[in-house]
Ligand binder design. Structure first.
Ligand code: GLC
Length: 567
């Protein structure tokens, strides 16, 4: 008996040793921070970034050709939205092979070239991991739908209907109408939270978990530094298929309003995230989450009870503050600051561009600088969206016929789809904004003639120059990297002000979120900085004030003032 116990102890200890040998401990800096905590991330929608072969659609070689631009801008990591083989029903979010590149974007060789060129410049690559569903053209689903006894049948969510022509329950697709599609061949329904061409994987099947985790290992070995986990809150469904509660009224697709109680945010998803994190840790990788949460408590859960789930759950509560409201921003910043390592996002490929959401139509450039001045000087990790740095605007389709994104066709005119925020990057004022020599897959707004990278690089007051300065400062300044967030003048309804306090120094950030001149004064004695003088670091004020007194700062409408405060 004793020998048996000893033997099993030896085996167990052996396993631990093997695991820790294999595990890569990511290097940390003096503050105990890992690379991604000081990095600036940049989301690239590959269809729309740069077209190297002039077919009107961006590609991987296009991205490679712009790495110097990104490095110069101050980007440390790029997240590339799905570029795997796909029928492109949801523009890549319907993956038909997780371990390859869609020919429209290039080849695995092109990917390797991109990865090695990025590495030379110290830029990490983050891939998009579409976990909830595959394409209906994925070989797993093709087998799954072939018969009720197929090897992959149970890899997806199949059920009998409630009666002839009746789906198993009342669940709705977030992209409109029933979330179940009938398969005449096998007489059952399969579940799809998104388009019918995106059948949900059955995460209750261990074979699915194994196959999907292997996908991440495959990419880690190819050199990627992490994943952005797509639609993570929809991984599990209630096994009893209980009907969701119906709410009053109808949604933009004309369906009844419903609370997605039994098909989203099930607690089981956290078990998967903990396991996925173990795999990531063995490769020193970072997991970013598309975590739409209703409040901070929900967001907090994604970090895990022991910081053992996602390192970077995106804080969309911040992006949801859709008005220039210092009070609302203070609330969100304090909330996420207490929850975990903050991950700030202003816009992405699913939401209207920040330039339009915050802009008032008259001072959009100034407002874009206020917003950059805000999220690029906060703690945590910012994730930019391509084109945001030049103040790119939404270019929404003018009619239903022009729409490419299927939800815009289904939901027109209440839902115009997401084409508007996915238009080609505006590189210069030549034909097609320098994106391609052929007509691009989505139209470029006429404003590209003046709003483009080349032009803005020449203009010292452009939005792009503001981003470049803010990012350079963020990289050099210890207080902006590691400083504690200290809100100031918390009752001010027009001006958002705070310190980033680090040891004996601090950076003061003052953002006038109103369209009128504001006067503010600061007493920093509670912070032990009462006698300190500010030294201007970045300002948008035309007077370029140098000799500023903390007791009276006059801010122009939508003015930004960022200064170093030292004893
Ligand atoms: C995520 C993606 C979105 C996609 C959906 C389905 O929300 O960001 O673009 O349509 O998942 O994969």
């Amino acid at each position: 008996m004793l020998i048996r116990i000893l033997k099993s102890l030896i085996v167990t200890l052996g396993c631990f040793a093997a695991i820790s040998l294999f595990a890569q401990t990511p290097p940390v800096d003096a503050e105990g921070h890992q690379w991604w905590q000081h990095a600036v991330f940049y989301e690239i929608y590959p269809r729309s970034f740069a077209d190297s072969n002039n077919n009107g659609i961006g590609d991987l070689n296009g991205i490679t050709s712009k790495l110097d631009y990104l490095k110069d801008l101050g980007v440390d990591a790029i997240w590339i939205t799905p570029c795997y083989p796909s029928p492109q029903v949801d523009f890549g979010y319907d993956v038909s092979d997780y371990e390859n590149i869609d020919p429209m974007y290039g080849t695995l060789k092109d990917f390797d070239h991109l990865a090695s060129e990025a590495k030379k410049r110290g830029i990490h690559i983050i891939m998009d991991f579409v976990m909830n569903h595959t394409s209906d053209k994925h070989k797993w689903f093709i087998d799954s739908e072939s018969s009720k006894t197929a090897a992959h049948r149970n890899w997806y969510v199949w059920h009998d209907g409630r009666g002839p022509g009746q789906p198993p329950n009342n669940w709705l697709s977030t992209f409109g109408h029933a979330a179940w599609k009938f398969d005449a061949k096998t007489g059952q329904w399969y579940y799809h939270y998104f388009y019918p061409e995106q059948p949900d994987l059955n995460w209750r099947n261990p074979a699915v978990e194994k196959a999907m985790f292997d996908v991440t290992r495959w990419w880690y070995q190819r050199g990627v530094s992490g994943f952005r986990l797509d639609a993570v809150d929809t991984l599990f469904e209630d096994p009893d298929l209980r009907d969701n509660p119906v709410l009053p009224g109808t949604n933009k697709y004309g369906d009844p309003n419903m609370q997605d109680k039994y098909n989203t945010k099930l607690p089981e998803l956290h078990d998967v995230l903990r396991e996925l994190r173990k795999v990531a840790d063995r490769h020193g990788a970072v997991l970013i989450g598309e975590t739409w949460t209703k409040d901070i408590d929900e967001l907090k859960r994604y970090y895990g009870d022991h910081s053992n789930e996602l390192q970077m759950p995106m804080d969309f509560l911040f992006a949801r503050v859709d008005k220039l409201s210092p009070g609302e921003f203070r609330k969100q910043i304090a909330g996420v600051d207490a929850a975990g390592w903050p991950v700030y996002v202003l816009s992405n490929h699913d939401i209207v561009r920040a330039y339009n959401r915050y802009g008032d139509g008259q001072h959009n450039d100034q407002i874009a600088k206020v917003m950059a001045g805000l999220y690029l000087t906060l703690g945590g990790t910012p994730i930019m969206y391509y084109g945001e740095e030049i103040g790119m605007e939404n270019n929404d389709p003018k009619s239903q016929e022009d729409v490419k994104d299927p939800i815009g066709k289904i939901g027109w005119p209440k839902e115009k789809g997401r084409d508007g925020e996915r238009t080609p990057m505006q590189w210069n004022d030549s034909t097609n904004a320098g994106f391609s020599q052929t007509a691009p897959w989505l139209p470029i707004p006429p404003s590209y003639k003046t709003r483009n990278v080349a032009g803005e690089l020449k203009d010292p007051d452009s939005v792009l120059q503001f981003y470049r300065h803010a990012l350079a400062l963020r990289h050099q300044n210890a207080a902006l990297r590691d400083g504690q967030y200290v809100p100031l003048n918390e009752n001010d309804q027009n001006v958002l002000s705070y310190l980033r306090r680090y040891k004996d120094e601090a950076v003061l950030v003052v953002l006038n979120m109103s369209g009128s001149e504001q006067k503010v004064s600061f007493d920093l004695s509670p912070q032990g900085l009462g006698s300190a003088r500010p030294a201007t670091l970045i300002t948008t004020m035309s007077s370029r004030p140098q000799d500023v007194q903390l007791s009276q700062i006059t801010l122009e409408p939508f003015g930004v003032y960022i200064a170093k405060i030292a004893k």
